[in-house]
Design a protein around this ligand. Sequence first.
Ligand code: HEC
Length: 293
Amino acid sequence: MVIERSFIECRLIFTASVNFYIESLQRYNQGAVHPDSNPSDTAHRHYPTIIMLESYTRFRDISVSERLLNTVFLLTVGLGYLVALSNLYYTHQGRDGIAGLSIADVTINYHGSNDQTRLGSAINGIMEPNLKYKNDKDVILKWIQDGADEPDYDQKIAPILNRDCIKCHSRAINPSLPDLTDYAGVSEVAHSGGASYPRLIRVSHIHLFGIAFILFFIGKIFLLCDINVLVKRVAVVIPFAAMLLDVLSWFITKSIPSFAYVVVASGALMGISMGLQILLSIYQMWFYAKDKG
Ligand code: HEC
């Protein structure tokens, strides 16, 4: 897939830039050794007092070329995020039959929809004549709509299927047809859609790797801002936490549809916190840094 290939390319570029960034940090730290702390210098009788002031790099300490590099990186990532959002819109919208992106679309994507089950369409179509009583159709459709749970199956559904369907639909008689003799078999055709675990696992591993890199670099730049240290500590963790919650809630939404709200909320939190880091970094890099001299 095109998206996956571009993700792998992004990853390669990011790995190269991480190495470069770490190397330049190391070079910076080596250059910052205090001249008085030369251990081979034995001429001094008394050791000079070295006042160790904790100092951290801020935007005002970095060169214009580094600011430019940071800025084009942040702008590109911001643009990439917007494009990713529109990709999300076009791949998810309209799944519920209504144009535009809604919670229902997200729910259908991860959990599936009971309106589009194989049992539902069979009973609405070619299998309908097999029913002895027409109103049993509504009983079955309502059961599917309510989540196709086992307790109701035993009470309401099994008697209908045993009477009208299993003469053809049993493993012994016709192994190629859906087996409607027990809950496990019926459940297979009474639930539908939703993301499969292999697909969720594939998408999450790409997501976690790719986005961790992006957030790491944005955070690394954001650390150069001059803001309250507590705010900063919380701010660098939030997008990561939101991303982890987002991915976790995909898996939960597969079983519990109302978790679609958590998917959307955590996704939004990640986007907003990342956006704020980008905007504040660019602002401080070019405007705030100068005021402080
Ligand atoms: C006379 C035999 C017979 C009876 C009775 C029967 N079916 Fe079927 N059913 C079939 C056959 C044959 C197919 C395969 C049809 C096809 O693939 O076109 C099928 C297919 C299906 C499918 C799968 C559709 C799909 O998505 O592939 C479902 C679900 C189903 N039947 C449900 C039922 C239900 C519910 C009943 C009882 C109300 C029932 N059937 C009664 C013969 C029967």
